[in-house]
Design a protein around this ligand. Structure first.
Ligand code: AKB
Length: 317
């Protein structure tokens, strides 16, 4: 059985991934890595091994790998795009310094390493529609720069040292468990919360701003499928385009209005998020992921909305 460390286990992706991994691999085989001072859910506290794991502290991570004989690492520590523009050095230290620490540790200790990239790894000069797996990547955000660098470093460690690096380029992820923070796509999560709570919502990007989005269960499925994929089939190491739906604020607003006809949302544009969103693709081409490890999403906007609203009603009302 695999021995897994999840770094960033309290975050939007990490908290949902912990539940899935512990169900599939057994509680004792999945260590939750968190940052000191972050509040812990009862599920995490009581569900299995728990360790402080700061990705910028190589010695601390190496000690956890040795203590639990870890062979697979999911690295979900990140500063999201809009927040990173305010704190570029922190973003760099976590997204590059942290990843370099993990690549070195994986090289020394023979671990497989998953670190997500993002649609943010593309920029204005990348094709907007059906953005190919391999194309121009010249982002002008620190988030994008760090994601491209991380893709290249992971490629390098695979080709030079044989480190088993795996990655997907995540779209905006929509989930009901833990809120994201500081991302450009966060509005697509927050809009559901507002609708269910009966609150008015302010949309931070203009109508017509299309971005790839994905429901969290599909994102979790993608990570685990890729980490379990037969390495001999993987022609691409870093990082796979994956996609399931692409929409602009009008489309998601109208979808939610099917459930809440009185729901009111209006535009209040955040210039930083708008500029970032404008530089990102409208829709990725994920054919390489489909061909190399059988990627296929389960949810579209309609089925996601039904499930999301159902869960949020139980959580919030
Ligand atoms: C963000 O908006 O920063 C993230 C992402 C798409 O990488 N959700």
């Amino acid at each position: 059985m695999k021995k897994i460390l999840v770094i960033g286990a309290t975050g939007q992706i990490g908290s949902a991934l912990m539940t899935k991994l512990r169900k599939e691999y057994g509680n004792d085989n999945v260590v939750a890595g968190y940052i000191e001072g972050v509040p812990l859910s009862d599920e995490l506290k009581n569900g299995g091994p728990l360790e402080i794991a700061d990705v910028t502290n190589a010695q601390q991570i190496a000690a956890i790998i040795d203590k639990y004989k870890i062979d697979s690492i999911y690295n979900l520590a990140a500063i999201l795009s809009a927040q990173a523009e305010k704190r570029p050095l922190l973003a760099w230290n976590i997204q590059i310094g942290g990843v370099l620490n993990l690549l070195e540790i994986s090289r020394e200790k023979g671990c497989s390493l998953f670190t997500p990239s993002s649609i943010g790894a593309f920029g204005d000069s990348s094709p907007k529609m059906k953005t190919p797996q391999e194309t121009i990547q010249r982002p002008r955000t620190i988030y994008g720069v760090s994601k491209v660098s991380c893709e290249l470093l992971s490629d390098y460690y695979f080709y030079r040292y044989g480190v088993d690096t795996r990655s997907v380029r995540f779209p905006g992820l929509i989930s009901y468990e833990t809120l994201p923070g500081g991302g450009t796509t966060d509005y697509a999560v927050e809009i559901y919360y507002a609708a269910v709570k009966g609150e008015k919502f302010e949309i931070p990007v203009k109508a017509g701003t299309f971005m790839d989005m994905m429901y969290m269960p599909d994102a979790l499925k993608a990570m685990v499928m890729l980490m379990e994929a037969d390495p001999s089939r993987l022609k691409h190491r870093n990082s796979f385009n994956i996609a399931s739906m692409s929409f602009d604020p009008e489309i998601i607003y109208n979808e939610i209005k099917k459930f809440y006809p009185d729901f009111v949302a209006e535009y209040r544009i955040d210039p930083v998020r708008q500029q970032i969103a404008d530089s990102w693709p409208d829709m990725l081409d994920d054919s390489c992921a489909r061909a190399e490890w059988d990627w296929k999403p389960d949810y579209d906007l309609e089925s996601m909305s039904i499930d999301m609203i159902d869960h949020l009603k139980k959580k919030l009302l």
